[in-house]
Design a protein around this ligand. Structure first.
Ligand code: AMP
Length: 223
C-alpha cells in the first residue's frame, strides 16, 4: 500500500519542513514544484530562464509548465508522493486527478496547513536554508549555532530565496487567496480535506499529520 498526499497552505505555512520529515519517516517522495522550478533556474534551462522573473515577482508560473514537471516525476514511484506546493490552481488540481487516475494511484488526503497571515510574514522574511542539505533556519527562531555554518552538514552555503521579501510575499499571498485557496473547498467536497494547526510546534504539526495517515505498519504489511 502506498500513500499519496497533498500539503496545501500559503507560503511559509511549513509545507517544505513537514514534507522533509515525511520523506525521512515514511520514505515518501517529495514533489515540490517550487524546488523543481528553482533547480531549472539555476541550471539555466530555457524554461528556467522563462519562469525566473515570474517567480521573483511572486506570481504563479503557467499551469502547463508545472503540470509537465509533475507528469515527468510520477513514474518514480516509491512508497508514495507528497505534493508540496502543487496543485496551486483548480486546473492543476483537475490535471493531477487525471494523472493519478491514468497511473492507477489514489489521493489519500489533502493536509490543509492553517496559519495566520502575520505569522507568515514573520516566518518568511527571516527564513534561510542550507544550499547543500536543505535544512531550514530562521533569524529569530532558529539561527545556526555558528554564524554562517549549517548545523547539520557544516556547509557555509546558506541561502535566502530571492522571493522571500515583503514585496513578493504580498503578491504570493494574493495569488494564494485568489487562485489556491479555492482548492480547500474543492478537496473538502471530495472528502479529502484534513486541516491541521500549522502554528503549533513542528513536532506537534507532524503528529497531527501522522494522525490523518494510515499507520506505518499498515504500509509495511500492505494491509
Ligand atoms: P514555493 O517554493 O512552493 O513557495 O514556490 C516558489 C514559486 O514557484 C512560486 O511563488 C511560484 O512562482 C512558483 N511555483 C511553485 N509551484 C507552483 C505551482 N504549482 N504553480 C504555479 N507556480 C508555482
Amino acid at each position: 500500500m502506498t500513500i499519496n498526499i497533498i500539503l496545501l497552505g500559503p507560503p511559509g505555512a511549513g509545507k517544505g519542513t513537514q514534507a522533509r520529515k515525511l520523506v525521512d519517516d515514511r520514505g515518501l517522495v517529495q514533489l515540490s514544484t517550487g524546488d523543481m522550478l528553482r533547480a531549472a533556474r539555476s541550471s539555466g534551462t530555457e524554461m528556467g530562464k522563462r519562469v525566473a522573473e515570474v517567480m521573483d515577482r511572486g506570481q504563479l508560473v503557467t499551469d502547463e509548465i508545472v503540470i509537465g514537471l509533475i507528469r515527468e516525476k510520477l513514474s518514480e514511484g516509491g512508497n508514495g508522493f507528497i505534493f508540496d506546493g502543487f496543485p496551486r490552481t483548480l486546473a492543476q488540481a483537475d490535471a493531477l486527478g487525471h494523472l493519478l487516475d491514468e497511473t492507477g494511484m489514489v489521493l489519500d488526503a489533502v493536509i490543509e496547513m492553517q496559519v495566520d497571515d502575520q505569522a507568515l510574514v514573520r516566518r518568511i522574511t527571516g527564513r534561510y536554508t542550507c544550499g547543500n542539505c536543505g535544512e531550514v533556519y530562521h533569524d529569530d527562531t532558529k539561527p545556526t549555532r555558528r554564524a554562517g555554518v549549517c548545523d547539520v552538514c557544516g556547509s557555509t552555503d546558506l541561502r535566502r530565496r530571492a522571493d522571500d521579501n515583503e514585496d513578493s510575499l504580498k503578491t504570493r499571498l494574493l495569488e494564494y487567496y485568489k487562485k489556491t485557496s479555492p482548492l480547500i473547498g474543492y478537496y473538502y467536497a471530495k472528502g479529502k480535506l484534513a486541516p491541521v494547526d500549522g502554528l503549533a510546534e513542528m513536532d506537534q504539526v507532524a503528529a497531527q499529520i501522522e494522525g490523518v495517515l494510515p499507520v506505518s505498519s499498515e504500509i509495511a504489511t500492505g494491509t
